[in-house]
Design a protein around this ligand. Sequence first.
Ligand code: DI6
Ligand code: FE
Length: 396
Amino acid sequence: MAILLTGVTAATMQGGYGLIPDAALLIEGDRIAWIGPRNDAPKSTETIDFKGRLLTPGLIDAHTHIVFGGNRAAEFEQRLNGASYAEIARAGGGILSTVTATRAASEDELVAQALSRLDAMIRQGATTVEVKSGYGLTIGDELKMLRAARRLATLRPVTITTTHLAAHAIPPEYTGSADAYIKDIAIPSLRAAHAEGLVDAVDAFCETIAFTPAQVDRLFTAARALGLRVKLHAEQLTDQGGATLAARHAALSADHLEYLSQEGIAQMALAGTVATILPGAFYTLRETQMPPIAALRAAGVPMAIATDCNPGSSPMTSLPLAMNMACTLFRMTPEEALLGTTAYAARALGFADRGTLAPGQRADLCIWDAVHPAELSYRIGAEFLHKSVLGGRIER
Ligand code: DI6
Ligand code: FE
């Protein structure tokens, strides 16, 4: 079955926007079979005219924590009454309050709650979503989270990739024993989850309030022995040399990066590690140290942009809003922002078959009520997805 989409301005995201005005795109099965000027389009049994709308690759959210129990509105209120994110974390709140709620939730409850967040993401153009564990922090609860994430993929026609993040926080029962936690919980839960086919990548939080580079190094060594790629929450609140460590493990991405050093940038450039920029967390925590966008750009490090959707530091489900924040807060260009949620987001997840419009690529597409791609970053909180195409199927 072939469908020809015509009357679109296509942003192919090859070499920048890669715009093709008055374009057409042929879908065959779940793949893009052809793309080019409408006048050169091959014949097709079915044609849909989108009347000048904008066509982009389906958006890719390369960093989310959408599976969790409860919410943290109360902590949001505490912060507005003067407490800092790190203080709340040290007092056993923050991530740990979500751990308590996540442990108490059944797998079905986690799926139901995550599904409403996933649906909000889909309405804003997401077609591939990475989902992390990291609020269970026992072997059983980490497995429960990853099983819930895998089930999302059976309930919606999007691609879900799973990331094991047991090294996200030190649970109360291991206070002062982070080394033991890595040995007894993080690494065994990784092996168990991998054996069950629940893990696509491995992540950790390298920070003074979480794990040291040496602890992360042990986890990453175990991950790579299983043949898994790694990524890292690095340099979010302080410079721990996390990006350099990630690069040494050929990481797919290093994420956050507000306190990234020039050395870290150089190592990421050498290793081909993507910089995943998360402006939602910067915005929510009212950080002032900006990630070194100009230096990353100068070093040629590809930058992805993601929602970091999580209950504490970024309760956000819109990739276009993340793009807007990356432009307005971090001075990224709208072209970089769209590359960051398409071509480079794909790279941050290790996908070569999506994120651009080209023959052979997976037919995950967005058609927007917009004319120029800069509108995606320019508008604040708008809902302007006209239709999405998921694996060749036109969804709405
Ligand atoms: N950094 C973050 O911004 C999220 N996780 C992390 O390592 C926050 C997670 C949370 O506060 O629940
Ligand atoms: Fe995160």
